[in-house]
Design a protein around this ligand. Structure first.
Ligand code: ATP
Ligand code: ZN
Ligand code: MG
Length: 304
């Protein structure tokens, strides 16, 4: 029986009082204190250790992607409400004076900016797919990335952030290889999180596709069992928080980037992502605000 109380504002205030997170005045954007950051990095390192036998290739990307890639991936068709676009000033002297005058006068000035070639990365795996272009080696490829991602979903829930980090693994190969890999990782993920004594369970899930057409896409995603999440109560018992997601994209990315198996057939991709801030918050909610008091079994895994 879960006898804990769930009070979103109370949890937020305790996180601040313990110096775990630092408010910035922006919804869903916190500074992190040293203890929070230590837990997060240790969990990330634990995942990497657990996955080491798989020999994933580690790639690192900046937290921006080409505007063109966001278009190609259909992000603006599916999730326009979450997108983050970067704009800058590209005008002449006269317009620059106008800009500064408007700011000084407390008037709106954003229409004097223009879109740049880049947008904020919405999922850590996106920059990886174009690197698979062409013919794949026999058993496909496996890549891991850790990156900051942006989603425009301002919220007072400490678990729903606008900018957060994901540790992702991305598998490309034959449909059978990719599906088996995704299924095996769902069990591995559950096992890892249960060894950290988190009260997790898995469930079928769907992405937050936009609008009325989006509801149909979400239903079809569930029908086809394309997305699973691992859930843990953090701010609510009834609505546990997704701390890890497993996505089978079938040919969504491989058709866009021409990613083929040796026999010429389109490959499939799948990815899994641990939401690092959310796992950290789940550990804090479950085991307490001071890691020194956490169960020995959990400490041994994170402080080996
Ligand atoms: P949710 O169902 O909570 O909206 P999602 O299904 O949009 O999450 P994914 O797109 O699958 O999440 O992202 C992968 C992981 O990133 C999630 O399992 C979660 O741990 C984390 N995550 C997603 N959105 C947020 C957010 N706004 N703040 C913090 N972590 C997030
Ligand atoms: Zn992904
Ligand atoms: Mg979800």
């Amino acid at each position: 029986m879960d006898t804990r109380t769930y009070d979103i504002e109370g949890f937020h205030d305790e996180l601040v009082a313990y110096g775990l997170i630092v408010p910035t005045g922006i919804k869903g954007a916190y500074g992190r204190g040293p203890v929070f950051e230590d837990i997060l990095r240790r969990f990330d390192a634990l995942v990497v250790r657990e996955a080491a036998p798989d020999n994933a290739q580690e790639l690192t990307f900046p937290p921006i992607v080409a505007r063109r890639m966001i278009e190609e991936l259909g992000y603006l068709d599916n999730f326009p409400q979450l997108a983050g676009s970067i704009h800058s000033f590209m005008g002449d002297d006269r317009q620059a004076r106008q800009l500064s005058e408007r700011v000084q006068a407390g008037q709106r000035w954003e229409d004097l900016l223009a879109p740049t070639d880049v947008m904020l990365t919405p999922a850590a795996c996106y920059p990886v797919y174009p690197t698979f272009s062409g013919l794949l080696p026999d058993s496909g490829r496996l890549v891991t990335v850790m990156n900051w991602v942006f989603r425009h979903e301002p919220s007072d829930e400490p678990t729903r952030l606008q900018h957060f980090r994901m540790r992702e693994y991305i598998r490309v190969g034959s449909p059978q290889e990719v599906q088996a890999w995704r299924d095996a990782w769902l069990e591995r993920g559950l096992d890892l999180l249960r060894r950290l004594k988190l009260p997790v369970q898995s469930d079928l899930a769907s992405d937050p596709f936009f609008g009325r057409a989006g509801r149909m896409m979400a239903a079809s995603q569930v029908d086809q069992r394309l997305k699973f999440e691992i859930l843990c109560p953090v701010i609510s018992r009834e609505k546990p928080t997704a701390i890890c997601s497993f996505n089978w994209h079938q040919e969504h990315f491989t058709s866009t980037f021409g990613i083929r198996q040796r026999d010429g057939a389109l490959a499939h991709t799948a990815c899994l992502g641990f939401g690092l801030e959310r796992v950290t918050l789940a550990l804090i909610k479950t085991h307490g605000f001071d890691p020194a008091d956490w169960p020995a079994q959990v400490r041994e895994l994170l402080w080996p």
